[in-house]
Design a protein around this ligand. Structure first.
Ligand SMILES: [Zn+2]
Length: 445
């Protein structure tokens, strides 16, 4: 049947039971439809009006589902998925010094990164993540794979003081990273940024250079800060200030700075974050598993600081599952403040969506379902024994939903997951490659 001349044509029209647009805050729309044109959200309107006013090339009817923005995993090291479960139940410095860094020195090359990243992409797409921030060696390989599979990502190119498989030292890391940035200058989905590892692994001269370049190039900086009490203690004894205060004194704190972890905060730290509009990325599972410390999310949010959510790597989590992460963030905030009202579900879902987009500097593009933004959304099937009955879909998503219930995922209008099946990645070939790595890595340790 030819489209009615009185209707507006759209590429895709989705009819779910509920839509949670995130903006306006806390809204749940029932029996509404989402229209997509050229990869962007054209309209969100009552389903009855959509049937009258829009004609779609393709319709998706999801009568038991909630549609919401794709989740944003604001911190991770995706290739480390190949080290999932390799060295569990260790303290952070033992884990890094005696296990992870030696394994990386032996095994990390471009093919390790390619296979590890594809495993991570498959896990993230299947569990509702449409956008992530990554920091790892061979970021050129990661950027290429993300571009090929159609996800959205911030690629923080790593900078250390010491040589690794990807470079000889800070000068080479920065030169290679800036070349990568040039390559992806006009890419719609992939954005390379500075990724100095931490204040204790990068020299002050290099941190100053990064601060200057970040401002000159209008390019974000993604950095681990105050992950553990030991890091804060060492900084206090060597520099008489917290790591965050050091970053501030080096000119590295601003609205483009993404501070990952941020545990052991003092009032001065919160004031610095506030004054400079810097962002915090909270990684509750990793912080709990490595017994690193607690990021005071309630206090930060009350101070008006933007707090996003990340999984960290599969080696310290051990999943890249933002549903787990949302639940962990809510429970940790309640226990640590002795306040059951702390970090309610609505706020946690905001952290996993719009706050993530704000932290990565892409809020204009994604993080909420609003006309004009990219059509980055997921559908979650709540017709599941563990998610019924539904009084409040937002509460259900945070406290009573498994990522297995994610059925569909779209980035910029392109389907990456349809009825739980990956559209652009070969699950079987990824699993074959992973088996080979497991044997290699296990055999050499
Ligand atoms: Zn990390």
């Amino acid at each position: 049947m030819p489209p009615d001349t009185l209707t507006t044509p759209v590429d895709l029209l989705v009819f779910p039971r509920w839509i949670i647009p995130i903006v306006p805050d806390g809204t749940v729309l029932e029996d509404h439809a989402l229209g997509v044109v050229d990869g962007r959200i054209q309209a969100i309107l009552p389903a009855v009006d959509a049937r009258l006013r829009l004609s779609a090339k393709e319709e998706l009817h999801l009568s038991e589902h909630v549609v919401l923005p794709g989740l944003i995993n604001a911190h991770g090291h995706s290739a480390m998925s190949l080290l999932r479960g390799y060295a569990d139940d260790k303290t952070l410095m033992t884990w890094l010094n005696d296990h992870i860094w030696p394994a990386e020195a032996t095994h990390v090359d471009a093919s390790f990164v390619a296979d590890g990243v594809q495993l991570a992409l498959a896990e993230m797409i299947c569990s509702g993540t449409t956008c992530f921030s990554d920091m790892y060696f061979f970021p050129d390989v990661t950027a290429r794979l993300v571009s090929e599979c159609g996800m959205r990502a911030q690629i923080a190119f790593p900078i250390f003081d010491f040589p690794t498989a990807w470079g000889s030292g800070p000068e080479e890391y920065i030169a290679k990273g800036l070349a990568l940035r040039d390559t992806y200058q006009d890419h719609a989905l992939v954005r390379p940024v500075f990724g100095p590892h931490a204040p204790y692994t990068v020299a002050e001269t290099t941190l100053r250079d990064i601060a200057r370049l970040s401002k000159e190039l209008d390019c974000p900086v993604h950095i681990h800060v105050q992950e553990t009490a030991e890091e804060v203690r060492n900084s206090q004894s060597q520099h008489a200030k917290t790591p965050l205060a050091r970053l501030h004194d080096l000119g590295l704190l601003g609205p483009q700075t993404q501070c990952v972890h941020m545990t052991q905060l003092c009032d001065g730290d919160i004031e610095l974050l506030q004054q400079h509009n810097a962002h915090v990325v909270h990684c509750p599972s990793s912080n709990m598993k490595l017994a690193s410390g607690i990021c005071p999310t309630k206090a930060l949010l009350e101070a008006g600081i933007n707090v996003a959510l990340g999984t960290d790597s599969a080696a310290s989590n051990n999943r890249l599952d933002m549903f787990w992460e949302m639940r962990s963030a809510a429970l940790l905030a309640k226990l640590s403040t002795q306040d059951a009202a702390a970090l309610p579900a609505r706020q946690v879902l905001n952290m996993a969506t719009i706050h993530g987009a704000r932290a990565l500097g892409i809020e204009i593009e994604t993080g909420s379902l609003e006309p004009g933004k990219a059509a980055d959304f997921i559908a979650v099937d709540l017709n599941h024994p563990g998610s019924q009955p539904v009084y409040d879909p937002i509460s259900q998503l945070v406290y009573a939903t498994s990522s297995d219930q994610v059925s569909h995922s779209y980035v910029a209008g392109r389907a990456l997951l349809t009825d739980g099946v990956l559209t652009g990645l070969s699950r079987s070939s990824i699993m074959t490659a992973v088996q080979t790595w497991q044997q290699t890595i296990a055999g050499s340790s």
